[in-house]
Ligand binder design. Structure first.
Ligand code: NAP
Length: 484
């Protein structure tokens, strides 16, 4: 056995997962690590997305690191700015800023059989024993392939690149897309003095998850007795995993209950013609469920128009639908989603045999236990292929993955090996097991959803949250190629 040593770890991304990776490394006694981020500030998705109405539809006390409770959440469902504030507070609390290099974009990394040489866009290089990509899942805006986008003469931006310098009040504002993001934007903008034109390609089921403000007394109690926050965290996890997450896995009472509640919620739309336009022709949860008590009231307001005719093209003054009507708008917001299958790319990896990650993933992304790819030693990632996503807390999922990754790094620190990379057979076995569970899931019941990969297999976790934690409790060295 070799002498123990502190491997050098490079974390890519100072968002929710990257910060947690750093905290866990510190807690485990690692000092030789750095986080790099292409942006000038921490936060990832919560720094980048600032559209009106941005929030998280996972309960705040569950969308919180287990070890860093926050007694000050002001509402059950946290607003985006408040999550960013929480993350900034975590950085100060754990003195993480000194470990972060901002404005450092990684272009790629090459492995020579022993360690990684990481290449930055500015031409610099750095050596690392481990690279952990914590780049988030939904960070490549997907612009719609609608003809004429460039012809539009008003202001136009993607939801993830909201231009706050553009005035909206008194204007005609178009929103394309009615997913989770579109629903939040529409709910907020409808309350403002403007004309809102909503372009819906596919209606969504809306689950009425109620929000509420926390009182001063509740916050004081949480501050005095942090164990209450732990109980609330646990209770929300049990509730979310046993309702939303369980409902997607296979036909069960949770699926029927969710379905009934969504259908009941739709009855709040009083005008039958409007209700018909908003009625999906697929099962609730097939697409990622939109959670909102505000969307239906918003869409029924007199300043809001729902347009369901297919878009033909964008013209200089607005959106032209297939029926030939020009819907004039001054501002156009594209709430058209993200490329959910890019993961940490365009970052390119090359291993000692000269194989690139693009070559390894030419038939689609795959991983061992959602966190590593065969042939790429000591490279790990969070929220990778087949991760539990959608109606889970992404923080909770990252916690499980980071626990596993840390255990792998500890194997090297303890001298058990110098490098480890997943065995192809173990990875194939894992993915075959996942694929075998897909036919029961709601994602394959006939709708267009962003979980679906090009090869027709949803990139999501078809088992319970508890099963995910069990599968990632401890790395099994028999699943890895190791080198001393
Ligand atoms: P999304 O769910 O992919 O929705 C994109 C929307 O744009 C859909 O309505 C889609 O219609 C429409 N669209 C795309 N291309 C179009 C085109 N060419 N013409 C017309 N319409 C087009 O994206 P998202 O709303 O940004 O949400 C993505 C994910 O982010 C969510 O599912 C969720 O996981 C996460 N998110 C979470 C929260 C939260 O509160 N936790 C908030 C926002 C986002 P089709 O349905 O027909 O494809």
């Amino acid at each position: 056995m070799k002498t123990a040593r502190d491997p050098r770890v490079l974390i890519i991304g100072a968002g929710m997962s990257g910060l947690l990776m750093a905290i866990k490394l510190i807690e485990a006694g690692f000092r030789n690590f750095q986080i790099v981020d292409k942006a000038p500030e921490i936060g990832g998705t919560w720094r980048e997305n600032t559209y009106p109405g941005i929030g998280c539809d996972v309960a705040a006390h569950y969308y919180t690191y287990q070890g860093v409770p926050n007694p000050d959440w002001s509402t059950r469902l946290p607003q985006g700015a408040e999550i960013q504030q929480y993350l900034l507070g975590v950085v100060e609390q754990h003195d993480l800023r000194r470990h972060i290099a901002f404005n450092r974009e990684v272009a790629g990394a090459d492995h020579d059989g022993r360690s990684w040489t990481v290449r930055f866009k500015d031409g610099e290089v750095q050596r690392a024993d481990f690279v952990v990509a914590c780049c988030g899942l939904l960070h490549h805006p997907r612009y719609p392939d609608i003809p004429g986008l460039k012809d539009f003469q008003g202001a136009m931006f993607h939801s993830a690149r909201w231009d706050h310098s553009v005035p909206l009040d008194g204007k005609r504002v178009g929103v394309i897309g009615t997913g989770s993001t579109g629903a939040q934007i529409i709910s907020k903008l409808a309350q403002r003095p403007l004309q809102l034109k909503v372009f819906q390609r596919t209606p969504q089921w809306i689950f009425p998850l109620p929000d509420r403000r926390y009182s001063g007394l509740e916050k004081s109690l949480l501050r005095l007795f942090p164990w209450i926050a732990r109980i609330i965290h646990h209770s929300y996890r049990v509730a979310f995993e046993n309702l939303f997450a369980a409902a997607v896995i296979k036909p069960c009472w949770q699926r029927r209950l969710m379905s009934r509640l969504c259908k009941w919620n739709l009855t709040k739309v009083k005008d039958p013609v409007l209700r018909q336009k908003l009625t999906p022709d697929f099962e609730p949860l097939c697409k990622r469920l939109v959670m909102s008590t505000e969307f239906y009231p918003a869409i029924q307001r007199p300043n809001v128009q729902l347009i369901v005719d297919d878009i033909d093209h964008i013209a200089a003054r607005g959106v032209v639908t297939k029926d030939g009507v020009l819907h004039e708008v001054d501002v156009l917001a594209l709430a058209t989603g993200f490329d959910a299958h890019a993961y940490f790319r365009p970052l390119e990896l090359r291993n000692a045999q000269g194989q690139t990650l693009s070559e390894a993933w030419k038939d689609g992304p795959y991983a061992l236990r959602t966190v590593a790819v065969p042939g790429f030693p000591n490279f790990f990632f969070t929220l990778g292929p087949q991760s539990p996503i959608g109606n889970f807390s992404a923080i909770s999922i990252s916690e499980t993955q980071i626990h596993y990754i840390l255990r792998c790094i500890e194997l090297v620190r303890s001298g058990r090996c110098q490098t480890l990379s997943p065995k192809a057979e173990a990875t194939d076995r894992f993915n075959a097991w996942i694929r075998s569970a897909m036919p029961d899931t709601i994602w394959v019941t006939g709708c267009r959803n962003w979980y679906m990969s090009k090869n027709g297999v949803p990139s999501a976790w078809p088992f319970s949250g508890a099963r995910f934690r069990r599968e990632l409790r401890e790395p099994d060295l028999a699943e890895f190629e190791t080198a001393a």
